[in-house]
Design a protein around this ligand. Structure first.
Ligand code: BTN
Length: 239
């Protein structure tokens, strides 16, 4: 990937959206991201100089809009591959948080632009907690590579590992290997096959067992002997 390293930046996702500056294969890395954006309009906390916060620009013109979830799966798998390289056993919490045990080590924010039924441009923003050991109280259940392994890492070295892992995952997707990508994503799913409590808005708490994620991104959960499908935000994990 071609990399642009910024000392300071509001949000690398906002920066990477600039079509004049960035195109397919570009990565924007911020050493200090002051206004990081998370999912659901939340902010993303990252102590200056401690973590790997970056966005990659992709133009996956081969990908029909209906299968855009495959891209999310490939990015999540590449982060999981990166953390496995450092000796961790990560899991992917649907849709694309990366967990170690019951703690979140990485958040991913994908923003797609569609054209003529295909994904024309995607900015994938990734925040991997690398060397941060203390987090503000409002961050729900954070962890980092340092906290998990006791070893500090050079964030650019972690980026290089991600770059290699993502290049391989993306090539699989581009070469028609979507089925393998979604199979491996499912194999890595956090809490898959185990009974746990979930919150369903408008319905309350239930016990459910994750069966799989579908290619369109829906989560299939067994509840009281029946399989039900949920879209993003239609079901929440209780940790
Ligand atoms: C989440 O779990 O809520 C998603 C967090 C995504 C954070 C990354 S850090 C780099 C990129 N730039 C942003 O503003 N957000 C993403």
């Amino acid at each position: 990937m071609r990399t642009t390293i910024l000392e300071e930046c509001g949000s690398t996702n906002a920066e990477a959206k600039d079509r004049e500056k960035y195109s397919h294969g570009d990565a924007v890395i911020a050493l200090n991201q002051a206004e990081g954006r998370g999912q659901r309009g939340r902010s993303w906390e990252s102590a200056p100089g401690k973590n790997l916060t970056f966005s990659i620009v992709l133009e996956p013109v081969f990908l029909p809009a209906a299968t855009q979830f495959l891209l999310s799966e490939a990015v999540a798998l590449a982060v999981a591959d990166t953390l496995s390289f450092y000796g961790l056993s990560p899991r992917i919490k649907w849709t694309n948080d990366i967990y170690v045990g019951d703690k979140k080590i990485c958040g991913i924010l994908l923003e797609h632009e569609l054209k003529d039924g295909n994904v024309s441009r995607t900015v994938a923003g990734i925040g991997i907690n690398v060397n941060q050991a203390e987090f503000p109280d409002w961050v729900p259940n954070p962890t980092s590579l340092l906290l998990e392994t006791g070893i500090g890492r050079d964030v650019m070295e972690v980026f290089d590992v991600f770059d290699a892992k993502f290049t391989a995952r993306y090539a699989t997707l581009e070469n028609g290997g979507g089925e393998a990508v979604s199979r491996e994503y499912n194999d890595m799913l956090y809490r898959r096959g185990e009974p746990h409590r979930y919150f369903i808005p408008g319905r309350g708490e239930v016990e459910g067992t994750i069966e799989r994620a579908e290619d369109n991104g829906e989560l299939v959960v067994g509840i009281e002997g029946k399989l039900e499908k949920f879209l993003f935000r239609e079901i929440e994990f209780i940790l």
